[in-house]
Design a protein around this ligand. Structure first.
Ligand code: PLP
Length: 955
């Protein structure tokens, strides 16, 4: 290899854990002579990719950073006054450095293992408290994907409260015409498949009757106007329907909150609380509602419970609502949301506190007032006299104003031929005001104005001026200095186990390396200060990434077209199913609405199918985990006329490459159906096979799994969909591009994190991404081989191999030692590890997915931990350890428990805390003992409680 090629390939060895000699020794343990042989025995020959992937060769990290810097310069930095739900913001540096750029925060998984997630759980509880306070609604969730989808979720939440008859008789949803266009579009897309009729009108004249179940209004609205909805809300309530208000957290520091106006729910984006624009995301949407809806609200809710010692402990509440249990009856398909961004917004709230936020809001409002006065003085007319940060100017001089604005590198919002919008934000300073006003002036006339701190906010109606307090909890009123703030963030980080502590082997989640070089460009202004609705002439850098990444993803999936819009895997499922639906409709097959879904499918699959207006029919699995082809044939024949398609996961969620997959896809096609492939397991396909080769028509890719976007403690994610040519014209559109059927607020979803996946592919190159798949399979089979004999491994193929993950059966120990899967999961914490995926897809099991990024030594530590736990179970089975009082049942052990004066257990403190020598070198302490789930659900508390209450509990 020449020196340049060698340098270009160096990242492969940084990304993939095992080196050459480790690979040899791991193959020996598996009993294979070469990696090629192993792959040959694992991936069925009939679906193997014949050619190498046509994507560029690898780049070194240094080369890549130079390249991505150059591409970034193609984006033009303008000062944005476009607004429409996206505002520039100042990310406090202490948050940027200690959260946004910190793997201790961004590599965390969703906090299912509460004992090692108390830090982010507390931060998300802060988010919920902040949202609940600002909206004056008692319960808020821990984020949704974006403002538009949050509005659609509110609509379906209301709809789901109706009975079957009302679904027919009360199926109308009113949307005020002055709602953001992208929100209206997403709401319409969501309404059609489930039989909701969206009626758009003017709330002032709308006469809602008993055929409506709900209404959506925006506050302040699309034109910036602050409207008083009290009367409208009363009228809607009088008909028995509900109202959701789309709103703005910063505005709510000054405006009467939705809860006080009588709204049933409030939604919006928390982006302007310190989260960069990033050409559309990722940002956290919020959702708050009345108590009556707490069991039907979408998304994750963090709640307060107690641990085994009775101490306060946080956890995700009401987990029974999750799709795994309820499947097609789930409240929504939301799984991955926007946890990291919710944490950033919450910390912005902690950093500024209520007074700081009010000061920012007041400054923005006063500056807006100043601009309004200056513009009016110059003879222009404003559409509304009541506003917070947004003005709409009615003018016949749009072209000349635009020309002048663009000369000054200013983006205004050009609404139509007669209207211009101007939205200010916290980054606007006095110099900007001069430039802005100058757009409405001739350049010679000087602009003069005087703004005083105590100038009255004349444009916020007194009837809508906020009088109630908010964010009074100490957490929002304590951490004022940077030292305090830095330490608070670190204090929370220390409670959480992330990838910078140890491997997180969550099956189906692919917790691989999120390399620093892939992440770094996200902090650069040429990427993160671009507004999603900026003119295309300013976004050549982003367009390049979108085009290139789209091409690579098509090549990797063997498909023809790609949409980068969906913001999560489940959102991709929904978008993919809509393309199938739209394809059938275009063919006149309106009756094709049955979706076959194997019993082994992830719960989001049936939940998404219902959102796409489909009926779910379950297909059975065989003993070996394969789809039961006979059952499939029978169901496909039975529903032949109505068959819309099938959703399959490949390799299956049981971790095997079914040899029958092509037969399955053929059967579906013979009956006129389409094949949807859930791409969660693409880490076992890239470069070896592809959805297009197994006979699928559409798939989503979880970029936050296979393509290196970090999980962020439960989001962000990206779930782009790739399709065969015949589905291309049915992909989601966007109102900004003059098309419809949008599934997300922004045309390219969370565009800024596409850079991570782009970087991943460019750094590894064609050979590297394939090697990543091979090593993912090697690592899984190595662990399988080490654990086999001590544990039962479920579902391997005919040669005994697994794919990139495998399932360990823990059910026998219930009988032999009264040990449950949860005991093993919690005991792993004592060994310094996050538990693998629990009880999915098979209850009572754990599913292990090591990924290619883990080296042999780390895999060995994890295997040693599981083998040592097996011995602990054996001791219970043999009667040498007690069935009730043992290290598994009492796990995890906190420092507090271990150092207490009294130790009454039948095993030693040493056994509890340091069961293997490596643990002594690097001990991770859980901050709470086992969390009591039932207590939390029975006593639902989802906002920060007064400090006194938990001080008492801890005493
Ligand atoms: C098999 C499978 N399908 C779908 C999903 C949903 O993806 P997301 O969480 O990105 O919505 C997951 C998530 O873990 C999954 O494992």
């Amino acid at each position: 290899m020449n020196l340049t090629t060698q340098q270009s390939n160096e990242f492969v060895a940084r990304h993939i854990g095992p080196g050459e000699s480790d690979t040899r020794s791991m193959l020996k343990t598996i009993g294979e002579s070469s990696l090629e042989n192993l792959i040959g025995k694992t991936v069925p020959a009939g679906i193997r990719m014949a050619e190498a992937l046509n994507i560029p060769a690898a780049m070194s990290e240094h080369e890549y950073l130079k390249h991505i810097k150059e591409v970034s310069q193609r984006n033009k930095l303008f000062t944005n006054y476009i607004g429409q739900g996206y505002y520039d913001t100042i990310t406090p540096s202490v948050i940027l450095r200690n959260i946004f750029e910190n793997p201790g925060w961004y590599t965390q998984y969703t906090p299912y293992q509460a004992e090692i997630s108390q830090g982010r759980l507390e931060s998300l509880l802060n988010f919920q408290t902040m949202v609940s306070d600002l909206t004056a609604l008692p319960i808020a969730n821990a984020s949704l994907l974006d403002e538009a989808t949050a509005a659609a979720e509110a609509m379906t939440m209301f709809f789901n409260t109706l009975n079957k008859q009302d679904h027919i008789e009360r199926s109308r949803f009113f949307v005020d015409a002055e709602t953001f266009p992208q929100t209206i579009d997403v709401v319409k897309t969501r309404a059609v498949p489930v039989g909701i009729e969206v009626v758009i009108g003017d709330y002032k004249t709308a006469a809602l009757d008993g055929t409506y179940f709900g209404a959506l209004v925006q506050y302040p609205n699309n034109k910036g106007s602050v409207e008083d909805y009290r009367q409208f809300i009363n009228q809607v309530h009088a008909t028995g329907a509900f109202v959701v208000m789309a709103t703005d957290l910063l505005a709510l520091t000054l405006l009467t909150p939705p809860g006080e106006l009588g709204a049933d729910a409030a939604i919006g984006s928390a982006q302007r609380f310190g989260v960069p624009l990033g050409y559309g995301g990722p940002h956290a949407a919020f959702f708050a509602t009345r108590d009556d809806f707490k069991r039907s609200m979408p998304g994750r809710i963090i709640g307060i419970s107690i641990d085994a010692q009775g101490n306060r402990a946080l956890r995700m509440a009401l987990q029974t609502r999750e799709q795994h249990i309820k499947r097609e009856k789930a409240t929504s398909n939301i799984c991955t949301a926007q946890a990291l961004l919710a944490n950033m917004a919450a910390m912005y709230g902690v950093f500024h506190g209520p007074d700081g936020l009010k000061n920012i809001a007041k400054r923005v409002a006063l500056y807006t007032q100043t601009v309004a006065d200056a513009i009016e003085e110059r003879g222009f007319t404003l559409v509304s006299g009541s506003f917070f940060d947004t003005l709409v100017v009615a003018t016949d001089k749009v072209a000349s104003i635009r020309e002048k604005a663009e000369r000054q590198l200013i983006n205004l919002r050009y609404i139509d031929a007669g209207h211009i919008g101007i939205s200010l934000d916290e980054t606007t300073d006095v110099a900007d005001l001069f430039d802005l006003i100058n757009c409405f002036e001739n350049d010679q006339d000087p602009v003069a104005f005087n703004i005083e701190q105590d100038t009255a906010l004349e444009h916020i109606p007194t009837t809508l001026t906020r009088t109630s307090q908010f964010m009074t909890h100490p957490v929002f009123n304590t951490h004022k200095s940077e030292s305090q703030m830095m330490r608070y963030i670190k204090y929370l980080e220390n409670k959480d186990l992330s990838l910078n502590t140890s491997m997180i082997s969550l099956g189906s989640c692919t917790m691989k390396l999120n390399a620093a070089t892939e992440m770094m460009p996200l902090s650069w202004t040429h990427w993160n200060k671009i507004h999603p609705f900026a003119p295309i002439s300013q976004t050549a850098g982003y367009q390049y990434i979108v085009d290139e990444l789209g091409k690579y993803l098509c090549e990797i999936t063997a498909f023809d077209a790609c949409s980068l819009q969906p913001n999560s895997g489940a959102q991709g499922e929904y978008a993919g199913l809509l393309t199938i639906r739209s394809f059938h409709e275009a063919n006149g097959d309106h009756h094709r609405n049955v979706m076959l879904i194997p019993i082994s499918a992830h719960g989001t699959n049936p939940a998404s199918a219902v959102m796409a207006g489909m009926k779910v029919v379950v297909v059975k699995a065989l003993e070996n985990g394969y789809i039961d082809v006979e059952d499939l044939k029978a169901k496909a024949t039975q529903y032949s006329q109505e068959l819309a398609g099938i959703m399959i996961t490949y390799p299956s969620t049981y971790g095997v490459y079914e040899e029958t997959v092509k037969e399955i896809t053929d059967i579906i096609h013979q009956h006129g159906g389409q094949v949807y492939m859930d791409g969660a397991n693409m880490n076992a396909q890239v470069g070896l096979t592809a959805p297009g080769l197994i006979g699928a028509d559409v798939c989503h890719l979880n970029l936050h799994k296979t393509f290196a976007i970090p999980h962020g403690g439960g989001g962000p994610g990206m779930g782009p969909i790739c399709v065969k040519a015949h589905l291309a014209k049915h992909l989601p559109g966007h109102v900004n591009e003059g098309t419809d059927q949008a599934v997300s607020a922004a045309p390219y979803g969370s565009a800024s994190i596409l850079l991570i996946s782009y970087g991943y592919i460019r750094l590894l190159g064609a050979a590297g991404v394939k090697a990543a798949t091979e090593y993912a399979i090697l690592n899984a089979n190595y662990m399988r081989a080490r654990l086999a004999g001590k544990y039962d491994i479920l579902y391997t193929n005919h040669s005994g191999q697994c794919a990139h993950e495998f399932i360990v059966d823990l059910r026998p120990f219930k009988k032999s030692a009264e040990i449950e899967a949860e005991d093993v999961a919690k005991r792993l914490i004592d060994y310094g590890f996050h538990a693998p995926t629990m009880s999915f897809p098979v209850p009572g099991t754990i599913m292990i997915e090591p990924t290619e990024s883990e080296d042999k030594a780390e895999l060995d530590r994890f295997c040693d931990a599981l083998l040592s736990i097996r011995e602990e179970i054996a001791a219970i089975e043999a009667g040498t350890a007690d069935k009730k009082d043992n290290a598994l049942k009492n796990a995890p052990h906190t420092q507090f428990v271990l150092t207490a004066d009294v130790w009454n257990h039948l095993y030693t403190r040493q056994q509890a805390a340091f069961p293997l020598p490596y643990v002594q070198q690097n001990k991770f302490w859980p901050s709470v003992a086992r969390v009591n789930n039932t207590h939390g659900d029975r006593n639902l508390v989802c906002t920060c409680e007064p400090v006194e209450s938990y001080m008492v509990a801890e005493a």
